[in-house]
Design a protein around this ligand. Sequence first.
Ligand code: ADP
Ligand code: ADP
Length: 227
Amino acid sequence: MDILTVSHLTKVYGEGAAATRALDDVTFSVEEGEFVAIVGSSGSGKSTLLHLMGGVDRPTSGTVLLNGADVYARSDEELAVFRRREVGLVYQFYNLVPVLNVVENMTLPVALDGRPVNEGRLYGLLDKLGLRGREGHLPSQLSGGQQQRVAIGRALMNAPAVVLADEPTGNLDTRNSRDIMALLRDSNRELGQTLVVITHDEEIALAADRIIAIEDGRVVRDERIRR
Ligand code: ADP
Ligand code: ADP
């Protein structure tokens, strides 16, 4: 079953002579549970695509369907809720709130929704992410690998159907990269969570079920990897 469908997606930043066509008529579907790697050179439109899949920005034209629902039919307010509940976003530089500790960062999306924290899920995740004993640490008191694990915890707290990660290992050494990908991969395999990862790391791309290559805002390659 398709969980995400991107149709004729176009994004133009700016206007007139300064306009940049970051995405140009991109169409593809992602199956539920699939692990997709998005590759392509810098400036090719990968982050723009991921953001549009996650309700972070609005397209110039085209549509994104998640579980059959039109993401951009939502109001800005509804879109904010959508981002917190239905997708998990992970960034290269973690995007943690510096004045909030590990637990507060992980539970921020739930708190913003005014919902109770599922303590079982929180402590299960802290264990799985190797963050037990660091619940009260601020991001500045953690290594890069640990900060990224907090960001993954935040993304997974609401058990989203889709996890979207933009170069999640781009700032980490090989050992930490492998740990981070193993965590994302486990969640993908065990929970059937769909995983879309932008990467420049060939090892990560080759571990995916499918590689989509973007150049100049267009899909230039879309291959399922045979095992
Ligand atoms: P990638 O993730 O592949 O490096 P991006 O999606 O970040 O590519 O960028 C695609 C193109 O859109 C680039 O030319 C970039 O400079 C431009 N771009 C991205 N974000 C913005 C923005 N907020 N305003 C203007 N131009 C942007
Ligand atoms: P990791 O295995 O995540 O790469 P490191 O080997 O970099 O961790 O760090 C070992 C320990 O040192 C970490 O558990 C962390 O508590 C602490 N640490 C690492 N970087 C910092 C930092 N910038 N500030 C404070 N403590 C740090």
